[in-house]
Design a protein around this ligand. Structure first.
Ligand code: SF4
Length: 342
């Protein structure tokens, strides 16, 4: 039983199908794994009279063969590398801030989107993560690193909408109240603008899940230079998809903009962005570039970043500057890559 890939309801079904046992036994099994981070079922009082079931569970219930291969910390930010069963690595970052603890998870080994300012993009695509490998990152942060993760962002390695089925199952497991219980309203999927994935996500019936889109530029030529995906899904198609996306009750779309000096930080760039976003319910997060991707990019000055924000705000948009943390351990946005650095 691949337990980290299962919602509670899947677990109840498995319990019945495999062992002909009721929900009564699925409750302690699920609780022990997801609330206590343990697979020591024999000690649970609910199983005292069913030793044969305990024996079967000990034999069948499997966590993914992942382990934390490296871990670095700076200013409370913890970056850890997970070694997957096949020897590949992905990175995750724990970010404590303002009374909440956010975990940034990876959804793929590498990424096929190739954004030029991103270290993961430079790796190319290796493979999709399975649902349980995504869930494992939360499990590891909670039970191995003992971090009280209560907020999740899919902003690590990979484009989550390029691995939509596994990501959706992982979200269902992570948000399950019987288990890890991180509400969908505390989970953000971040996409580079994968229009086909947006359509599938919109149909997934997870209305409180939060969506972030990396825009970076509202000019097709600049955006294509930064994000090759823009060739396949240019700005006009992306906007159509965003307009059609069911944003749920809150109705807020987060827009991420990495600012690169002399590339996308001028007043003309801001004006185009204002025009593009004007009729969408957006909150814009501005992030100064973190060195990590292709050579030749530099971050704008703090003054220029503030100026860019002020242009957006003056036009009536909600925009704020997001400080980057964890740069010293290469844990900031765009800096995650596959090799564990001890
Ligand atoms: S920024 Fe995101 S989508 Fe773009 S290459 Fe990096 S991981 Fe992939």
């Amino acid at each position: 039983m691949n337990i980290l890939a299962l919602t509670f309801s899947d677990c109840v079904d498995d319990m019945r199908r495999r062992y002909d046992k009721s929900r009564f036994y699925a409750v302690p099994l699920y609780r022990e794994v997801f609330k206590n981070g343990s697979t020591r079922f024999a000690a649970l009082p609910e199983f005292a009279k069913v030793p044969a079931l305990v024996e079967a569970l000990v034999r069948d219930v499997r966590l993914p063969a992942c382990r934390i291969a490296a871990q670095q910390e700076e200013d409370g930010v913890i970056k850890f590398a997970t070694r997957l069963a096949d020897g590949h690595h992905v990175e995750s970052v724990v970010i404590p801030a303002r009374g909440r603890t956010t975990l940034c998870v990876s959804s793929q080994v590498g990424c096929r989107m190739g954004c030029v300012f991103c270290a993961t993009g430079g790796m190319g695509f290796v493979r999709d993560l399975h649902a349980e490998e995504i869930v494992w990152q939360v499990y590891a942060a909670r039970f191995m690193l003992k971090q009280p993760v209560d907020n999740l962002v899919f902003m690590g390695m990979g484009e989550p909408l390029d691995n939509i089925e596994a990501v959706l199952q992982a979200v269902r497991v992570i948000s399950d109240q019987h288990g890890l219980d991180i509400a969908c309203s505390h989970i953000t999927l971040s996409t580079a603008g994968h229009v086909e994935g947006l359509r599938k996500l919109g149909a997934a019936n997870l209305p409180t899940l939060r969506l972030a889109v990396s825009l970076h530029a509202a000019d097709d030529a600049i955006r294509t230079r930064l994000m090759p995906l823009n060739r396949r899904y240019p700005l006009a198609r992306l906007k159509e998809a965003l307009r059609a996306f069911p944003l749920g009750k809150k109705g807020v779309l987060f827009v991420e903009v990495v600012l690169l000096a002399g590339v996308n930080d001028s007043q003309e760039d801001a004006d185009l962005m204002i025009e593009y976003l004007r009729d969408l319910p957006v909150r814009i997060n501005l992030i100064a570039y973190n060195p990590g991707g292709a050579d030749g990019f530099v971050a704008p000055s703090d003054k220029q970043v503030r100026q860019f924000r002020d242009w957006l705000v003056a036009a009536g948009l909600f925009a704020r500057i997001r400080p980057s943390r964890g740069q010293g351990v290469r844990a900031a946005c765009g800096q995650l890559a596959a090799a564990p650095r001890a």
